[in-house]
Design a protein around this ligand. Structure first.
Ligand code: UDP
Length: 342
């Protein structure tokens, strides 16, 4: 494990340097913990391990707990007195959200309300929140900036939009400040191979595709080949997980330096169809992806691509590793490593 740099004692960014990371045992949360430790913070993971992994908690203390358990939240807040919270913990499977919306309203919305109220009770007023481009819904092919109307088409997007509204309400009434990041599609893995992507069950395109390449799954099913796009498959904007978490550190720094809360898209502005992602992997793995052309997945938008440069302008955020080739190469290296569970 790479040891993080020691915090500078008089650096305002790292005074009171515990940051509570909900979902810190998950894919994006574990990468955020690494980035926080690098920046001189102590990332305290709060995770119920329903989808995360205890052995992904490598960069700071671990507190097992569930956002629906307010007493446990109060206990952890009192113990660590975090200066801020990075809130990743959520159910996030679009397909499941259409089958079981109650889970999304309970886990995501009720869980976030508990978290915010526990923070207020502890005097912690700063949050970086993991939202999603799914709040925009099916935007009919336009590139999306933050002023686009929100109109989620599944309970996942709806639950995240409700939390956004909640954060703005608490901002107005309690001085709560939050940086809301609407992620596009996150891919890749830690370039140093310490953490990577592994959901259970896996539902995301890149790991499923690499499973098909290695034979761990018989094939990748393409969900819909009759969309109104150049090759008939859905288009997404993919951003490298390392770039994504860099934006979180910059957002945290902005809030801790007294900056106002914002709602910002995190994407690159480049759209890739499912077939383009599949084609790009061949150059990295030197193998074909066995594919099955399947039906559409309920809840899928045709095209989700960011059209915003606000995160760059406000936070100086520039994605460095978010080419498709780099994301697949980093994911492929992780996929073949001992850390990846087969
Ligand atoms: N996708 C697919 N087959 C799969 C998984 C995903 O064709 O087995 C497609 C999905 O329909 C979407 C894109 O890949 O167009 C990205 O899906 P993913 O689940 O990775 O992320 P989402 O866009 O749902 O956040």
């Amino acid at each position: 494990m790479t040891s993080p740099p020691k915090p500078e004692p008089d650096d305002p960014m790292t005074q009171g340097n515990s940051i509570l990371v909900t979902g810190g045992a998950g894919y994006i949360g574990s990468h955020a913990c690494k980035a926080l430790a690098r920046a001189g913070f102590v990332p305290v993971t709060f995770d119920n391990l329903s989808t995360g992994w205890a052995d992904a908690v490598k960069f700071g203390p671990f507190e097992q707990g569930d956002l629906l358990d307010r007493d446990r939240l109060d206990e952890v807040m009192a113990l660590h007195q975090p200066a801020a919270v990075m809130h990743f913990a959520a159910a996030s499977d679009v397909g499941e959200a259409t089958r079981d919306p109650g889970k999304y309203w309970r886990n995501n919305v009720q869980g976030s309300l508990n978290l915010i109220e526990a923070m207020l009770a502890a005097g912690c007023l700063t949050m970086v929140f993991s939202s999603t481009c799914a709040v925009y819904g099916d935007a009919d092919g336009v590139t999306l900036d933050e002023t686009q109307p929100t109109n989620p088409i599944n309970a996942y997007g709806a639950s995240k939009l409700a939390i956004e509204a909640m954060l703005r309400d608490f901002g107005a009434s309690d001085g709560f400040s939050s940086m809301i990041f609407r992620y596009f599609n996150v891919a890749g893995a830690d370039p140093e191979g310490e953490v990577g992507e592994h959901h259970r069950p896996e539902t995301h395109l890149v790991p499923l595709m690499l499973d098909a390449v290695t034979g761990q799954r018989p094939a990748l099913t393409i969900f819909g080949t009759d969309y109104d796009t150049p090759d008939g498959t859905c288009i997404r904007d993919y951003v490298h997980v390392s770039d994504l978490v860099d934006a979180h550190i910059a957002g945290l720094s902005h809030l801790m330096g007294g900056g106002t809360g914002e709602t910002l898209n995190l994407g690159t502005g480049h759209g890739f169809s499912v077939r383009e992602v599949v084609a790009a992997s061949g150059a990295i793995t030197n193998r074909d992806v066995p594919i099955i052309e399947g039906g559409r997945r309920p809840g899928d938008a045709v095209k989700l691509v960011s059209g915003s440069t606000r995160a760059g302008e406000l936070l100086g955020w520039t994605p460095h590793r978010s080419t498709m080739a780099q994301m697949i190469a980093d994911a492929w290296r992780w996929h073949q490593s001992d850390g990846y569970r087969r």
